[in-house]
Design a protein around this ligand. Structure first.
Ligand SMILES: [Zn+2]
Length: 479
């Protein structure tokens, strides 16, 4: 299956040997030396010559500029793409079409502005490239609430984020700079829990003496939200991405990274002891705080390449969750890594803890040495559900044959080929014990798994293990 945009990209580069009409290739790029730097990786060492040849081909096709290779994490993934191209080059056209589309799409997303085709492909890459960066920076500045930004910054300086910094191994000496921006925008979502408090007595008695004042407060609250919502719409329109905003996010513009929060959310974080709506409980407070911690993790040695969401997002979200206490979402990514562990024993948490203070370039290198160069490339391109969007056609084109389930399928086939069958079963048993302990009903467990693009083989193994264990969870599901 191929989407229209995948076809378009393929049409852009019909022949492997075709050369661009104008030659932008910089003869100063010494691909031999650049690639030889990675020959500690076994795939590179044993295919050095063919990788170099394919790398030249990719540089020509995409008119990649020399500066691209200054970033070693990007270079490593580029080498993985060249390796893949070298492996398929001998195949007839029909057989290599999917791989060609994958390689070309991924190369475009990897090289972005360092590619000669960037301008003509802007819209296939993503809507975020339609507005110039300087304009976007100006919009962020315009919508910044300076007072709340200063207050939150002060709270952070006084230790608000010390625990997450400690977990990450971040000190004043190794902290990466980021700019905090509390934006004067918002909605009901970011203001969750900020509705005026209604006591138990009041909710049982409409004539309670506190009602008149509370009603006024409700009106004020509604006005306040209306104003913030209007500004949220203006903000979205100004940056060219209308719609809802998250509770916190990171954005990279030029060489700057912004940690952004809508105003109501920042106010909740700044005043955790203030009385909130009755439904807003301690667990909500903790979750809100974990979101700030999660976002802070993204500002330090983040794994997404170019500060964009095309490479490294599954790894990065797993990392942010791990170091912020694994409280909130990304269930699909957690399930994915947990399946991968059953399949080949790769423990993402251990890996992330061991690489936590390393630069992204080193982390990618470690990953390639651990799971292999091609698996590193494919894993880097896996998109968490929350990031799947029609506004990024190239990313969608890649996802067609680089989904979580295809990745797990390949890993399973590899592990079996390596003779790991009994280890896989053993790890599935360990997982089955955890499932049984959680007390979840088998049918419920199966239905949750069916929603998450998970590994069918792993589902089957865990199900068998559960049935063999005769766990109470299984009994209730009637086998
Ligand atoms: Zn995140």
């Amino acid at each position: 299956m191929e989407t229209d945009s995948a076809k378009q990209i393929h049409a852009e580069f019909p022949e492997v040997s075709s050369r661009p009409k104008h030659e932008l290739f910089n003869p100063d790029i010494s691909l031999d030396n650049i690639i030889a730097e990675f020959s500690d990786l076994k795939e590179v060492e044993s295919n050095l010559e063919s990788i170099v040849a394919a790398a030249h081909e990719l540089v020509r096709r995409h008119q990649i500029q020399a500066e691209f290779f200054a970033d070693k994490a990007q270079t490593l993934l580029f080498i993985a793409l060249a390796h893949r191209l070298s492996e398929i080059q001998h195949l007839p056209q029909e057989q290599r079409q999917q791989d060609e589309t994958f390689i070309n799409s991924a190369t475009i997303l990897l090289t972005l502005k360092k590619s000669g085709h960037f301008d003509e492909l802007r819209e296939s890459i993503g809507s975020q490239y339609i507005i110039p960066e300087e304009t976007e920076v100006a919009v962020y500045e315009k919508f910044t609430n300076h007072q709340l930004t200063a207050e939150l910054m002060q709270a952070i300086e006084k230790g608000m984020l010390d625990q997450v910094k400690q977990r990450l191994g971040i000190t004043v000496d190794n902290e990466s700079p980021y700019e905090l921006k509390v934006l004067s925008i918002g909605d009901e979502f970011s203001a969750h829990g900020m509705q005026p408090h209604v006591s138990q007595e009041m909710s049982e008695d409409y004539n309670h003496p506190d009602w008149p004042e509370t009603n006024i407060n409700f009106d004020l609250y509604k006005e306040w939200i209306k104003g913030l919502e209007k500004r949220k719409e203006d903000f979205g329109a100004a940056i060219g991405r209308p719609g809802d905003v998250p509770l916190a996010w990171i954005t990279h513009l030029g060489n700057r990274q912004f940690l952004c929060l809508p105003q109501p959310f920042a106010e909740k974080l700044l005043h955790p002891d203030q009385q909130r709506a009755k439904y807003y409980e301690d667990a909500d407070r903790q979750r809100d705080f974990a979101i700030l911690e999660h976002e802070y993790v993204h500002t330090q040695n983040g794994l997404p390449l170019n500060g964009q969401i095309f490479f490294g997002m599954a790894l990065e979200e797993r990392r942010a969750e791990l170091f912020s206490g694994d409280r909130q979402g990304y269930g699909d990514i957690k399930a994915f890594f947990s399946d991968l562990e059953v399949i080949n024993g790769f423990n993402i948490k251990e890996f992330l803890v061991n690489t936590k203070t390393k630069e992204p370039a080193e982390v990618y290198r470690d990953l390639a040495a651990t799971i292999g160069l091609q698996a590193t490339l494919e894993l880097s391109l896996i998109t968490p559900k929350a990031y799947v969007s029609e506004t990024r056609p190239l990313q969608e084109a890649i996802a067609v044959y680089n989904s979580k389930s295809t990745f797990l399928q390949k890993a399973y086939a590899n592990a079996k080929e390596e003779g790991q069958t009994s280890e896989i079963k053993q790890r599935a048993r360990v997982r089955a014990e955890q499932v049984a302990k959680s007390g979840i009903d088998l049918d419920m467990w199966l239905s949750i798994r069916s929603m998450d693009d998970s590994s069918e083989a792993v589902t089957q193994l865990i199900k068998e293990a559960l049935i063999a264990m005769g766990a109470s969870a299984v009994v209730s599901a009637g086998g």
